[in-house]
Design a protein around this ligand. Sequence first.
Ligand SMILES: [Mg+2]
Length: 381
Amino acid sequence: MDRLIMHVDMDAFFASVEQLDHKEYRGKPLIVGGIGGRGVVSTCSYEARKFGVHSAMPTAKAMKLCPQGIFIRGNYPRYSEVSQQIFDIFDRYSPLIEPLSIDEAFLDISGMEHLMEGPLQYAMKLKQEIKEKTGIVASVGIAPNKFLAKIASDLDKPDGLVVVDRDKVQEFLDPLPVRRIWGVGAKTAMVMDRLRIRTIADLRKMTYEELHKTFGDKTASHLFMLAQGKDERPVAPRGRAKSIGNEVTFGEDLQTAEDALQVLLELSVKVGWRLRKAGFKAKTVQLKLRTRDFTTYTRQKQLCEASNFDNDIYTAIKELFKHLNITNNIRLLGVSTTGFGEMEAVSLFHDEKKDKLYQAIDDINNKFGKLGVTRGSLLKK
Ligand SMILES: [Mg+2]
């Protein structure tokens, strides 16, 4: 399947949080990091970068380059709080997120761009939401794979947004210096320089055999693939998500059970799709309902068998909803799932036919945008 990957990276993250929290730091060269004898810069503001300061530089050197700079140790609990807010936003843009660090992640958005006018608009919306909710500026790269997306997000920093079209990959890569390739450090770059390989275009002209002679098997195939813009690594969520869910607040309160059930069905389908995409089966399904006066009810139910099928989720949700017996002045509805096991933990009652059906539905949805297809029988029930 053709992938579409987004790499999102906050600009000067720690320094930006500090400048948000402390007016007096704004517009000033600010350096966050270790301050003792062996301290190292972890992030610095763009004002400090003008002096040649960069992350991973010894603080002592940064002090020489930028004596007028403001040097602080930083407030890590605060950064992780902002990071959490940002990852919560990511959650609503993709079911498949791979965090790379506190301020950086890959999002698999294959098929999702159809929800907007296109990938560019999707990224703009995400950037805007991060800015509005946290005050932080993000740079985004969108490309057919991780390698290209990561390069793209870095090209136009700060406040960058670069989309690499599938048919312009080579044009995009060719002029870039080989150092842009992940894994090519100073040492490899020096060896390449001797071979007159300076740009990715130079590297691409090398045959695999030539590369193999100099760099050995593993590095050669890595370089050979990347020089052509090929990278098959999937976005791999790290750790385990605690819950997957969706909720919606209505502009106008819902007044009938019928309307509410229709929304709950749509939410169940969405959640099932996200579970399958993330490779999870859920044991617990939860209904959330908020009424006009902001009273919020949550009810949950254990499934007999962990599942990621839309109708298992919906059947449980419907039961919870009927039991709760609130059918008017509904302001918000939510469906969420927890208690995940891996897909590999296939039960004795594993239903292969159903798996295939959902695989087919998901393939279509991935191609034409989320929820292009819903099973008719679900709607009738
Ligand atoms: Mg960053």
